[in-house]
Each structure stands twice: as C-alpha cells, then as structure tokens.
Design a protein around this ligand. Structure first.
Ligand code: HEM
Ligand SMILES: *[C@@H]1O[C@H](CO)[C@@H](O)[C@H](O)[C@H]1NC(C)=O
Length: 548
C-alpha cells in the first residue's frame, strides 16, 4: 500500500505519504461529519452530529446506556429539542416541558402503540400468531374496531383510575404488605432481633411476594416455587438485552432462562384455572380480554408477566429509595414517623391499630414529598413515540415520518432552571409547597395548577416525568402511590434501620449507565441492619389494619 502510494505520488506533491493519508482521513471525516450534521429540512430541530460519523450515537447509547443522551441534553441545555442522526433514521430528543406537552397532545401523529408489538414480542417472547393479533387495530379512532391493545389499555386505565376498584386493590396490597412485614418481624424476634441485609434485596422480597399474592392469590406461581423470585429479577436485569433482541438465548442467557421458567409456571397457573379461583378481578379481566381476542392461555401467561413486572419493579425500587432517604436522615425519619403516628388510629378496639391509606396520601405531606422527590431523582425515563406522519411540532419543528421522538425525563429531572441550583441533590422540601402536598400526581396533560417549589418557582406539570405522560401516563400511578406509602409507613412504624456497623447510612448515587427501563437502582448495594423498634409501644407486636 505504502509502496503503491509512493509510486503514484507525482513529483510536485508536497506531502509525505503519512501526511497524505492523514489529510485524506481528515477530509473524509469532515465530509462524513458534515453529512451526519445535515438537516433533512431547514425546520428540523438542531442536529447534534455524532463524534464518530453515522454510528457514534448508537455506539454511545449501547456503551453508556441512558446516561449518554442525558448528558448530551444537559450539555446542550439551550436546546429544547435536538436531532440525533442514526443510521437510516433520526431520534428527536425533547428536553423541555412545554414541548413535551406538545408531543403528548399530538397523539395522532406521534404514538407509542405502533412500537408495542415489536417490544412485547422481544421482551415477552410472544409467538408469531399472537404478535399478529397485537398488530390489529392499533390506535383505533372512535367507532373503529378495537384491537387487543386498545381494549386492555382501556380496561386497565379505567379500573386503576380513582374509584372503588382502586380502593379495593390498594387495600389488598397494603394488607399483603402488612402480612409480609409481620412474617419478617416474627422471624426477626426468633433470630435475635437483628437482620443484616442489602436494603434493596429486602424490599424486593417484600414487594415481590406481596404483589404476587394480591394479584394472583395465595397459590400464585411464586408462592408455589419461591426460586421463581430470583428468576423474576434475572428477567428484570436482562430486559435491556432482551429488548436489543440479538440472539437473546445467548446474549441475555439468565434473563431468558428466568422468563421462560416464569412463563411456564404462569401458564400452569392459568391452565389450572387458579386465576378464576383466587386471582384478583383485574387479572381475571385481563385474561378474558386476551382470550376474546384469540390468544391462547400460554400466550396470556406471557402477557401476565408484563403486568407482574409493571406491578413489582418500579414500586420496589421507589420504596427502596424512600426508605433509604428516610433512614439516612434522623430528622426526616422523625418527621415521617410523627406524621404516620398522627394518623394511626390506636382506638380501633380490635387489638390492632387502624391506618387509612387515604390519610397517608392526604395528611402526611413530608412522606408524600419524599416519595415524589425520590421519583424525580430516581427516574431517567424516556417517553417514546413513533412519528406516524410528517409534522411540525408546536408549529415550528419538522419531524420526519418514521423517526422516533423521545421525551428525556432524565434531562428535565436534572434541569436546574426547573428545580433550582441543587437539582442534583435530594431535598423533599421541593414538593412540600404544592397546594395539597403532592396529592395530585403529574396528570400529564393538565397544564393548569402549576406547582411550586420552595424557592417559589413554578414548574410545569410535564416536567415531572416519573409516570410518563399523555397517552403513556402510567395507569398504576394512584395505586403505586397508595401501596408504596403503605409499605413505608409500616416499616417506619415497626423498624429501626441502621448502616452496616450500626452507624449512619450513606446514600449512593443511582446507576444511570443502563437503559432506563425502570426507576434506577443504586451504583452499589446498601448494607443495613434492621431491628424492631422498642419505644413508643409501636414496635414489637404492632398490628395494623388498613382502611381507605
Ligand atoms: C413508582 C412506581 C411506578 C412508576 C414510576 C411507573 C411508571 C410507569 C411509566 C413511566 C409508564 C409508561 C411507560 C411508557 O412510556 O411506555 C408505565 C406504564 C405502565 N404501568 Fe407503571 N409505574 C409504576 C407502578 C406501577 C404499578 C404498581 C402498576 C400496576 C399495578 C403499573 C402499571 C403500569 C402499566 C399496566 C403500564 C402500561 C400502560 C400501557 O399499556 O401503556 N405501574 N408505568
Ligand atoms: C418504570 O418507571 C420507569 C421510570 O419512571 C419508566 O421508564 C418505565 O416505563 C416504568 N415501567 C413500568 C413497567 O411501569
């Protein structure tokens, strides 16, 4: 090669061979860079060209996880929206609340549902005929036939919205948590009064076991085979790799194996009719809808894994962060305990204390503010939409058909202009002054009722992204709030939690180097010592009966 080049170089060529190669390379790079940074329409959002032409952004996302795009957004704070060129397409990143609200409103042109069949196929391992069914009648207009996804979404949103069923399921969840906590306390007394554990692992077990029970009854698959709990968390931790979908049986071996074990156990549970005998009403209805649309019970079992997943994973990690922050700060712990004890009814006369879930939500502002602050800090979520037809977002930004729009929750949750200079740190007081103490969740589209932070700044409701927004606003948000507040209340009433050597608890940062498919976990485990409280007569032997 070098010989050939030397022979080819004419006499008058002023550069050495290596300099020539360098110049050629730089020119080629500049050309490719130029090409990658080109707009396909003058109104397209500003383009951020990848450092490595063409594949740079994809590589960045693959290697650095959610942190890659989040950091791009934070570094380019002045851009409310920007374009990331990727091979064959574009990703538009929205980093500003009012544009996020515009994306949510443009639900005809920008929709998540066309992406669902492919995603669920990969994550759940659905068979071809079932995926065909999920592709039918996505996003039906009023009066058009409704497909499986539309039917199941309508039902879940309606049932988990404020009303009688929400109250019933919340009570069932709180009661199962009380049961799990009670069992733990009994074992604690029997084993000398102290339990050393990884806090997240401890919360995982409490939430997993109780969720499986209130959704699927006492003979749910995990109760029948406790090793399935581990299979569940293997499945969760390989979700990103399953989503990538490149030979999952090899690249996501543990997750794949865990999912298949769970799917088989859930299929057995459904085939034996256990859901009809002792499952929750919402599970029975989900299975009925699937069967009505021509699903087999085996496929429905996989769909149930996604529901179990939605019910367990985020609730676990959120409850973990709340407990961690509360126990890491003695003053905060005293405040939260004070609030919970103030709403505890010790006069029920049934040998138990009464605790109302609604009172936790409405009359424990510090507890609720802590919960919301943990969601803000812990969730770097992206709300994703496919551009179904070319459009101008907010009348200004050209979005190309077939591209993907992502609202970057991680960027907004870190925005000092929204949350104040200390946006990177934990401060529950941000959510204290909200007129109702955070009683209302971010309602996505609701643009009225702007909330305040302590510096008296208002923040846009679409700036709080933990539950998504618009059409993909989490249907389980009211329920999750009820259940998490109930769990935290039970734990602070009954237990002391100290750091490893019985000392202070350190709060590690979150691990944002993964795909943010759920509320982020800490970068390292938090070892704690749990013991029963003695003082105030509310420790040992306390029994709580939940009410609404
Ligand atoms: C703190 C806890 C929770 C958080 C932060 C959370 C967050 C979210 C988010 C951001 C989405 C939208 C995902 C997207 O944009 O594609 C979502 C969807 C969903 N969530 Fe939650 N969630 C939580 C708890 C729950 C619970 C406890 C349940 C059920 C019992 C639940 C049920 C669902 C379901 C069924 C969906 C899918 C909705 C659809 O079909 O589009 N979530 N959740
Ligand atoms: C869990 O929460 C994260 C972050 O808020 C979100 O991106 C994700 O979609 C949620 N997943 C489920 C299954 O609810």
């Amino acid at each position: 090669m070098a010989m050939a080049l030397a022979d080819l170089a004419p006499e008058w060529w002023p550069l050495s061979i290596s300099a020539t190669v360098l110049v050629a390379f730089v020119t080629l790079y500049a050309f490719a860079y130029q090409l990658s940074s080109r707009k396909i329409d003058p109104r397209e959002p500003p383009v951020i060209a990848p450092a490595i032409p063409l594949v740079g952004h994809v590589l960045g996302m693959a290697l650095l996880g959610g942190r890659y795009v989040k950091n791009l957004g934070i570094r380019n704070r002045n851009l409310p929206i920007f374009t990331l060129p990727v091979p064959g397409s574009r990703i538009y990143i929205v980093a500003e609340p009012s544009l996020a609200a515009a994306v949510q409103r443009a639900s005809k042109a920008l929709s998540f549902t066309p992406l669902v069949p492919e995603i669920t196929q990969r994550v759940l391992g659905l068979d071809k005929p079932t995926v065909q069914i999920t592709r039918r009648h996505l996003d039906p207009a009023p009066g058009e036939p409704r497909g499986f996804l539309a039917d199941i979404q309508d039902m879940v949103y309606a049932w988990l919205g404020p009303g009688e069923y929400l109250a019933e399921l919340s009570l069932a969840a709180a009661t199962q948590m009380e049961r799990e906590v009670g069992e733990f306390a009994a074992a604690l007394s029997a084993s000398g009064g102290e339990h050393r554990t990884d806090l997240l692992a401890w919360v995982r077990h409490l939430v997993t076991a109780s969720t499986a029970r209130y959704l699927y009854g006492p003979q749910n698959p995990m109760a029948a085979d406790p090793s399935l709990e581990e299979a569940f968390w293997d499945f969760d931790h390989g979700l990103g790799a399953l989503l990538a979908g490149v030979f999952p049986a090899v690249t996501a071996r543990r997750a794949y194996a865990g999912r298949e074990r769970l799917a088989a156990a859930m299929a057995r549970y459904l085939e034996e009719g256990m859901h009809e005998a002792e499952g929750s009403a919402i599970v029975r209805e989900r299975v009925r809808i699937a069967l009505r649309h021509g699903w087999t019970l085996r496929a429905a079992a996989r769909e149930e894994l996604s529901f179990l997943f939605a019910g367990i994973v985020n609730a676990t990690t959120t409850a973990f962060w709340v407990l961690l922050h509360v126990y890491a700060d003695a003053e905060l712990l005293a405040k939260v305990r004070g609030e919970v004890q103030a709403v505890l009814d010790t006069q029920t006369g049934k040998g138990k204390c009464g605790l109302s879930v609604a009172a936790l939500r409405d009359r424990c502002p510090v507890l609720v503010a802590t919960y919301r602050e943990c969601l803000r800090l812990g969730s770097d979520t992206y709300s994703t939409r496919l551009v179904k037809e070319e459009m101008l977002l907010a009348g200004r930004y050209f979005l190309r058909k077939g591209a993907v729009v992502q609202i970057a929750g991680g960027v907004m949750h870190a925005d000092t202009r929204i949350w104040g200079e200390d946006a990177g740190g934990f401060d529950y007081r941000r959510f204290l002054d909200g007129g109702g103490g955070g009683k209302r969740e971010a309602e996505g589209e609701a643009e009225t009722g702007k909330k305040k932070n302590p510096a008296n700044h208002h923040y846009h409701p679409a700036a709080f992204r933990a539950f998504g927004g618009g059409k993909t606003l989490c249907p389980g948000r009211h329920f999750a709030t009820n259940e998490i507040l109930a769990l935290v209340a039970l734990v602070v009433l009954r237990f002391d939690v100290k750091g490893k050597g019985g000392g202070r608890i350190e709060v590690p940062p979150k691990n944002d180097g993964v795909l943010p498919v759920h509320v982020l976990e800490p970068v390292r485990p938090v070892e704690v010592v749990i013991s029963e409280r003695e003082e105030g007569g509310l420790g040992r032997g306390l029994e709580v009966e939940f009410g609404m």
